[in-house]
Design a binder for this molecule. Structure first.
Ligand SMILES: *Cc1c(COP(=O)(O)O)cnc(C)c1O
Length: 410
């Protein structure tokens, strides 16, 4: 027995099981005043402690006065919403779980059974599915128009139950640029609102509220975050067009996640630098591809031959976006060869807005659900490739294309 060492705490009082468990389940919040941390903390807490029933009652009754339950607001969302709302000069701003939640809220907040919504034919595929098909089950009718055909748009908005016009600043995949001010004018003339999806432009290139839009949404999952590891949406706009979007977001469970807000805020800090490089890459590539014998057509608003080049120059303040598309000669087999020969430099990822340049193939991915006639109307065929430019050195991107096109067409 004598060779067993004495326990170090033999004289201290022994903690009971209850005390052990109480310590584990009550992590103390910092007691030393922490001052102001220099970087943003991530607030994962689902609920906040309330001082008193009176205080809880007053905060719950007046959204924006404090945090109670994460679904109704949290510090990471507030901080990012402040920045994005300032960029867009919005009276109301809300972050949502994804871009699609922001669109869903705009529709559900505004439209009632019997209402008519006018949609640009060039909208994101899921937006068309939601507004053009799903909403019919709630008795909402929808009509598609060519976003460049102002006569067609005016006729559609003259519908007696017209309520909302929806378009994208820069549309996918052929990069048509919308004349937001005229769209706003026609929507308002017929007592409706204009909702603009500004995902491709980001607030760096365009702030649609300045041009008369009532509501703006963006998928922050794309270039604003930029790192391909977040899903987050933004909806912002005029107070007069806000309706009950905020409370619907809570009721439908579409609230943002603190981690996604935090990562997007980190991305936002470098957005001005990243967008410059990505737009420069897209412009250089477009100018290179348009001269290349293996390329049939290039779609990019920065090219002087683009039908909305002048409009784009004014609206997008001299930059033309990070996305371009082009038709390759040699059709399907050439497309497959080009993409497979470039897979180590430019991967085929059917999304956009990453720091790394990526390919998409609309006919087999984003637009695969469309009929042949619908695809033709949008200019989509198997030879069309879409490129989302990242921030790599321009010369590296150009060389990658020079090599790959030489290999495919040797
Ligand atoms: C990706 C995208 C959306 C949808 O956003 P998610 O964040 O993926 O839900 C909407 N509109 C456009 C133009 C998009 O590119």
């Amino acid at each position: 027995m004598s060779n067993i060492p004495p326990e170090p705490n033999a004289t201290a009082e022994v903690l009971s099981d209850i005390e052990l468990q109480a310590i584990c389940s009550h992590p103390p919040l910092p007691k030393i005043p922490a001052g102001h941390p220099h970087t943003q903390p991530i607030h994962l807490s689902v609920v906040w402690e309330c001082e008193s029933p009176q205080q809880a009652d007053s905060m719950l009754g007046r959204p924006g006065t404090g945090f109670v339950y994460r679904r109704d607001g949290h510090p990471n969302a507030s901080s990012l919403a402040d920045q994005l709302g300032s960029l867009h000069r919005a009276e109301k701003t809300l972050l949502t779980a994804q871009g699609m939640s922001a669109l869903g809220l705009a529709f559900l907040g505004h439209l009632n059974p019997g209402d008519h919504v006018v949609l640009s034919r060039q909208l994101y595929g899921k937006t068309l599915q939601l507004a053009g098909h799903e909403l019919q089950r709630w008795g909402i009718t929808a009509e598609q128009v060519d976003v460049q055909n102002h006569g067609e748009i005016a006729a559609a908005c003259a519908h007696p139950k017209f309520k909302m016009l929806v378009a994208e600043t820069i549309a996918n995949p052929c990069l048509e640029v919308a004349h937001i001010a005229s769209l706003a004018e026609v929507a308002h003339r017929h007592r409706g609102v204009l909702l603009i999806d500004n995902t491709f432009a980001t607030p760096m290139l365009c702030r649609p509220l300045e041009h008369g839009a009532d509501l703006v949404m963006e998928s922050l999952s794309k270039f604003v975050c930029g790192h391909g590891d977040v899903m987050l949406g933004l909806i912002c706009g005029k107070a007069s067009a806000w309706s009950n979007i905020q409370s619907l977001c809570s009721m439908l469970g579409m609230a943002s996640s603190p981690l996604d807000c935090w990562l997007t805020q980190r991305g936002l800090a470098t957005l001005p630098l990243r967008i410059e490089q990505a737009c420069r890459n897209a412009l250089h590539l477009a100018n290179f591809l348009v001269e290349h014998p293996a390329i049939d057509t290039v779609f990019y608003p920065g090219l002087t031959a683009h039908p909305q080049h002048q409009l784009a120059t004014q609206l997008l303040t001299g930059r033309y976006g990070h996305v371009l598309s082009f038709r390759l000669k040699g059709k399907g087999p050439a497309v497959t060869r080009l993409m497979s020969s470039m897979k180590d430099t430019i991967p085929f990822c059917p999304s956009l807005g990453e720091n790394q340049t990526t390919f998409s193939h609309p006919a087999s991915t984003s637009h695969r659900g469309l009929s042949a006639i619908e695809k033709e109307k949008l200019g989509i065929d198997e030879s069309l490739l879409r490129l989302s430019c990242g921030i790599e050195p321009t010369e590296w991107l150009l060389q990658s294309f020079i090599q790959a096109l030489k290999y495919v067409f040797q």
